[in-house]
Design a binder for this molecule. Structure first.
Ligand code: FCB
Length: 459
């Protein structure tokens, strides 16, 4: 029998976006070049040669976008600020027009009673800093502090929820090790020093944000998908240890006071990316800086990955007994990611009981399906509704397990520029017609409106 299951009172139903993926206006009003501007303008890097030059044109259409959020009834909105829009050269001169843009945005959100959650860094580093070494060098962490100071002094009285970094593991690996994201390097050693400087900049930023934004709640968002083990074999367990070590424990352990995991350091030495267990980029006190207490952990959850001893690229990392032809079934999204809702419950429960953050938020979760308007103009994205419903139910199971989950931000408010995939992947609750920039609510947005109003799901 179907049952109505309620979420805790005050649960924050939200939507999430990121500056480079939606704003456009890449060189307007004094904005500096970012590493994503440079990367997308380099031929061959992005599917179909797409760029974020105009994206959803949110820079000019932000009022309409807030109106849409208000119509859906969201309680909170997670956005990111663009560092090169505010400090075009990364440090030094402040671009007042950039600050004004975010000030207007935040004021309008508050006016509509939507709580802003601001991410300071969602991957769009100023290109000038990249030319000085990017996240490989310590001076970028120092520059991040300057940027954090400018933006939190400007908005700290009104914004009370801050996220320092979005997915530092994805930034470091996809950007510095695998080369799929800006700045496109393929160097494991560089990705390790990048990861350290990302974490260090987080540790330095937290007390500064507390100073500039009294009573602020501060966290960091990690990409944590469920990692399963393909078989009971020792080799597959070993594969799991290695990949979860490099992608999860390498970040979470130092953030929660345990330092860098010794087994991962040994793996990296074996791979030749470190000479010995002395990490040359770690200075005295860095680890205590990184372990600064925070108020919440943001979790970005999409899918399950299976660890196996045989080397297969991630997108083809099929669970045992799943054949290629079965992938087109309804439990695979167009990103090639498996729909695995129970993984969200497991991830939230594991993170809470392993690291004990005071609170958690799902800061991203969603799916890519390209359902377009039918002849009658209606977008029947039933698969997205199904995905969200199952993931909301999994969140509720985590809450029932005792996890202090404060809210859920659907990725994403609207279709947008999906990094190396360009516009080919559509994650939005709202359809974007990229030729006219017209916005159209998908059925999932209308369904979400009802969930928010009821604060419950029916299963
Ligand atoms: C996450 C990113 C976000 C979006 C989703 C699909 O890793 O944080 O910007 O691209 O994936």
């Amino acid at each position: 029998m179907k049952q109505n299951k309620s979420f805790p009172e005050g649960f924050l139903w939200g939507v999430s976006t990121a500056s480079y993926q939606i704003e456009g206006a890449w060189d307007s009003d004094g904005k500096g070049e970012s590493i994503w501007d440079r990367f997308t303008h380099t031929p061959g890097k992005i599917r179909n040669g797409d760029t974020g030059d105009t994206a959803c044109d949110h820079y000019h259409r932000w009022q309409e976008d807030i109106q849409i959020m208000s119509q859906i009834g969201v309680k909170a909105y997670r956005l990111s600020t663009s560092w090169p829009r505010i400090l075009p050269a990364g440090t030094g001169m402040v671009n007042q027009k950039g600050l004004d843009f975010y000030t207007r945005l935040v004021d309008e959100l508050l006016q509509k009673e939507i709580i802003p959650f601001v991410t300071l860094y969602h991957w769009d580093l100023p290109q000038t800093l990249q030319e000085q070494g990017g996240w490989k060098v310590r001076s970028t962490a120092e520059a991040f502090l300057e940027y954090t100071d400018v933006i939190t002094r400007c908005l700290g009285d009104r914004v009370k929820n801050w996220i320092t970094h979005n997915e530092p593991s994805v930034m470091a690996h996809n950007g510095y090790h695998l080369g799929a994201h800006a700045p496109g390097l393929k160097d494991l050693g560089a990705s390790l020093s990048a990861s350290h400087h990302l974490l260090l900049s987080h540790g330095w930023a937290v007390p500064l944000i507390r100073k500039n934004s009294p009573q602020a709640k501060i966290g960091l968002s990690m990409n944590v998908n469920w990692m399963a083990i393909a078989s009971p074999s020792q080799a597959d367990h070993e594969a799991y240890r290695k990949s979860s070590g490099l992608w999860l424990r390498w970040y979470l352990d130092p953030l929660y006071g345990r330092g860098y995991p010794v087994d991962v350091i040994q793996d990296v030495i074996r791979l030749g990316a470190l000479l010995n267990s002395e990490l040359p980029f770690v200075y005295d006190d860095d680890l205590s800086v990184i372990a600064v207490p925070t108020d919440f952990l943001g979790v970005n959850y999409y899918t399950r990955f299976i660890s196996r001893s045989t080397e297969i690229p991630e997108a083809d990392n099929l669970p045992p007994n799943v054949t290629q032809s079965q992938r087109n079934q309804e439990n695979w999204t167009e990103m090639g990611w498996e729909v695995y809702p129970e993984g969200l419950n497991r991830v939230l429960s594991w993170l809470y009981y392993e690291y004990q953050p005071p609170q958690l938020y799902v800061t991203e979760s969603g799916c890519s399906y390209s359902d377009a308007p039918d002849n009658d103009g209606v977008i029947r994205d039933d698969r997205r509704i199904h995905y969200l419903k199952q993931h909301f139910a999994a969140s509720l199971r985590a809450i029932e397990n005792g996890v202090p989950l404060g809210g859920y931000f659907v990725w994403s408010l609207m279709d947008n520029f999906e990094w190396d995939q360009g516009y080919a992947q559509r994650f939005g609750l709202v359809w974007i017609d990229y030729s006219t920039k017209q916005r159209l609510l998908k059925n999932s947005a209308i369904w979400y409106q009802q969930i928010i109003a009821d604060n419950s799901i029916c299963e």
